[in-house]
Design a binder for this molecule. Structure first.
Ligand code: TXA
Ligand code: MG
Length: 330
């Protein structure tokens, strides 16, 4: 597979789906939309393709990947589902939920993709293009978010292009994504763990479980060197511009990422204002989050001041990503 300086972008359609499936089968790297963010797909059973994928993203190789499958039946060939996992899969798949489970004995997914863990992260995406590509390809596809490691996740084909053009084989353009933050990750262990807040609100999961999700302490993950969800590493979502959270005022030269009514002192001094949702709608805010962070990052402001965002529903995932953005890069 030759990666030229330019990576072709194909508009959604049957030709794009067929080309994507063929490219994956040949060991290629294909970016495609899911309902959460754009993913960078590779054949989950092909270690050489996965090695190229890590290289293309510039991702530390200890970070395991999510295997995307067409449905629960396909998931059961690679992961061991207990009753809790089946209940969650039946309630929320296809959709923005990833389950971490023990691998099956004959799991075909390459060790490299699971970073040597004996568990595997599995998700059934709902986006029709992702579904069509998975069905045409026929096997599991590992797909991290289609951004360079350390950048925010891409919510449009243009974002993918600006990070990865020339480094991957194909981009399938399905327009802007719907959810805008990555999937919620639940570890199906003795007690179900919330490994990453995401596009499926915690409360909906807890309603199905009939119990609270346990949340692992963040510090433990960053100090033990063997994180439960290494994607929670601090620098994962950092823009280049410093990010200042819970801004109650704006300093001259700062960009403002607003939420709701931007009634903060100093707002007139902001170099630029982007509002995640003027009506205070968390779903709209999630969909806008990464695109607005990218756009503001390009404006050369001394900092991006972010207004407080409520922590309920999708707000939990939004605040999680904002905290990572504020921690900066290493
Ligand atoms: O919405 C999404 O989940 C997107 C789309 C493309 O599906 N994908 C995505 O992948 O966000 P990525 O690679 O950026 O994040 C995967 C997360 C990481 O935090 C990784 O550490 C965690 O999943 N993960 C993968 N396998 C795991 C495992 N066996 N145990 C714990 N965490 C795991
Ligand atoms: Mg990512």
């Amino acid at each position: 597979m030759n990666v030229g300086l330019k990576t072709p972008i194909l508009p959604a359609g049957t030709a794009a789906v067929a080309t994507a499936a063929r490219c994956l089968a040949e060991g290629g790297l294909v970016a495609f939309p899911t309902e959460t963010v754009y993913g960078l797909g590779a054949d989950a059973t092909d270690p050489a393709a996965i090695a190229r994928l890590y290289q293309a993203k510039g991702r530390p190789s200890f970070n395991p990947l999510i295997a995307h499958v067409r449905d629960l039946g396909a998931g059961m060939r690679i992961g061991r589902f207990d009753r809790t996992a089946i209940a969650l899969a039946e309630a929320f798949w296809p959709g923005p939920l990833t389950l971490v489970l023990p691998k099956t004995a004959d799991c075909r997914v390459a060790e490299l993709a699971t970073a040597g863990l004996d568990t595997i992260a599995i998700r059934v995406p709902a986006h029709p293009l992702a579904q069509a590509i998975l069905r045409a390809f026929g096997g599991p596809v590992v797909a991290p978010s289609a951004n360079l490691s350390g950048h925010v996740s891409p919510t449009s084909a243009a974002h993918v292009q600006s990070d990865l053009a020339g480094r991957i084989d194909l981009i399938v353009d399905g327009g802007a994504v719907e959810v805008g933050v990555e999937s919620t990750i639940v570890g199906c262990f003795d007690a179900p763990l919330l490994l990453r807040p995401g596009g499926l609100p915690r409360a909906e999961i807890e309603r199905v479980l009939g119990r609270a999700l346990v949340q692992p302490p963040h510090e433990a993950e960053n100090t033990t060197g063997q994180p439960l969800a290494p994607g929670m590493l601090a620098s994962h979502y950092a823009p280049r511009t410093p990010v200042r959270l819970n801004a109650g005022y704006i300093e001259a030269g700062e960009a403002l990422l607003a939420f709701g009514t931007p009634a903060v002192p100093g707002v007139d001094a902001a170099t630029v204002v982007m509002n995640l949702s003027t009506s205070g709608d968390l779903t709209e805010a999630a969909a806008n989050l990464f695109g607005y962070l990218r756009a503001l990052d390009l404006r050369g402001a001394r900092a991006i001041a972010v207004m407080p965002v409520p922590d309920h529903g999708l707000g939990e995932a939004i605040n999680d990503r904002l905290r990572r953005a504020a921690m900066g890069r290493e």
